[in-house]
Design a protein around this ligand. Structure first.
Ligand SMILES: NC(=O)c1ccc[n+]([C@@H]2O[C@H](COP(=O)([O-])OP(=O)(O)OC[C@H]3O[C@@H](n4cnc5c(N)ncnc54)[C@H](O)[C@@H]3O)[C@@H](O)[C@H]2O)c1
Ligand SMILES: Nc1nc(=O)c(N)c(NC[C@H](O)[C@H](O)[C@H](O)COP(=O)(O)O)[nH]1
Length: 250
C-alpha cells in the first residue's frame, strides 16, 4: 500500500508552498494548491478521457506527500470519469504512521451533472478497505437517489452555469472544516484556476520529459498570466516548478 520514500531535498523545496495555517486562520478561506503533471508540450494526457502517466516515481511520491498535507483533493468530472482515480495518500512518515484513511485527503468531485458513480469506483474500494476517504460530490441540485457514504454539497449554478469558486471554498470550509485543498485537475479546472490568483495560493507543476503530441489535452489559460516566487527542483527525469500566481498583468 505504501509508496517509496520522498527524495530528501524535495522536503525543504516544498516547505514554503505547503498550506499555511496562519494564513488560513486570518483569511477564513481554505489554502488552495493547484498541481498537475504536464509534458514538455504542455499536455496533461494523450487525449480526452485517456489516463496517461507523466510523472516518474520521484514526482509521483511528491504528489502523495502533497496529498498528506491537504484536507481535501479536488478534481473535475472529466478527470474522475477518465481516470477512475484513487485520490488517497500512500505516503507515510514512518512505520508507525499507517492510518492511510486518516492520512488521505477527502476527495471533492465537481460533478454538477451527476454523471459519476462512487459505487465500485477505485475510491469506493479504498474507502471500504479503510485506505481512503469517501467523497464530497459537488452538484447543482440535490440528487433524487443519493449514494451511500457520499456527501452531496449543493451549490446553485452562477450566471455562466459554473460553480463560483469562492462560494464553493467557503462552503467546504464552513460545512466540512476543509482548510486546505489540493486541486489535481483536469484541464478545464486548471485553465480556469490559472487565472485566479485570488483563489490559488500555490502552484506546483511537474514537467515530465516527454512529448504527448498535438492530440493531447492541453493546459493553456484563456489569457496570459505571470508567476511569482518561482523555484525549480530537478530530478532524474522530471522537473518541478513551484510558484505563486501573480495578480499583475503581463
Ligand atoms: N496530468 C495531470 O496532472 C492530469 C490531472 C488531471 C486530469 N488529467 C487528464 O485531464 C483530462 C480531463 O480533463 P478535462 O478538462 O476533460 O476535465 P476536468 O477534470 O477539468 O473536468 C471538467 C468538468 O468538471 C466540471 N467543472 C469544472 N469546473 C467547474 C465549475 N467551476 N463549475 C461547474 N462544473 C465544473 C464540469 O462538469 C466540467 O465539464 C483527462 O484525460 C485526465 O486524464 C491529467
Ligand atoms: N502528478 C500526476 N502525474 C501524472 O502523471 C498524472 N497523470 C497525474 N494525474 C492527476 C489525476 O488527478 C489523476 O487522476 C490522479 O493522479 C490519479 O490518482 P491515483 O494515482 O489514482 O491516486 N498527476
Amino acid at each position: 500500500m505504501s509508496i517509496d520514500r520522498i527524495k530528501p531535498d524535495l522536503i525543504p523545496f516544498l516547505e514554503t508552498y505547503l498550506p499555511n495555517t496562519e494564513e488560513v486562520a486570518q483569511t477564513n478561506k481554505p489554502f488552495v494548491t493547484l498541481t498537475y503533471a504536464q509534458s514538455i508540450d504542455a499536455r496533461i494526457s494523450l487525449g480526452p478521457g485517456i489516463r496517461t502517466t507523466i510523472s516518474d516515481i520521484e514526482t509521483k511520491v511528491m504528489t502523495h506527500y502533497l496529498r498528506y498535507h491537504h484536507d481535501g483533493i479536488l478534481i473535475g468530472s472529466g478527470t474522475v470519469l477518465a481516470d477512475d482515480p484513487c485520490l488517497n495518500c500512500k505516503w507515510h512518515k514512518d512505520d508507525t504512521d499507517t492510518n492511510f484513511a486518516a492520512n488521505s485527503p477527502t476527495p471533492i468531485i465537481l460533478d454538477t451533472h451527476q454523471k459519476w458513480k462512487f459505487k465500485d469506483s477505485k475510491m469506493y474500494h479504498l474507502f471500504k478497505k479503510t485506505e481512503g476517504k469517501s467523497p464530497i460530490v459537488v452538484v447543482h441540485n440535490k440528487p433524487i437517489v443519493e449514494e451511500q457514504d457520499v456527501k452531496y454539497l449543493v451549490i446553485e449554478d452562477g450566471n455562466d452555469k459554473k460553480i463560483d469558486w469562492k462560494i464553493l471554498l467557503q462552503k467546504l470550509y464552513e460545512k466540512y472544516n476543509i482548510k486546505s485543498i489540493m486541486v489535481e485537475g483536469g484541464a478545464y479546472v486548471i485553465n480556469d484556476l490559472l487565472l485566479r490568483p485570488d483563489i490559488v495560493d500555490s502552484l506546483i507543476v511537474t514537467i515530465g520529459s516527454t512529448y504527448l503530441g498535438s492530440g493531447g489535452v492541453q493546459v493553456s489559460p484563456r489569457s496570459a498570466t505571470s508567476l511569482t516566487d518561482v523555484d525549480w527542483w530537478k530530478g532524474k527525469k522530471d522537473s518541478i516548478m513551484a510558484a505563486r500566481l501573480s495578480s499583475e498583468q503581463i
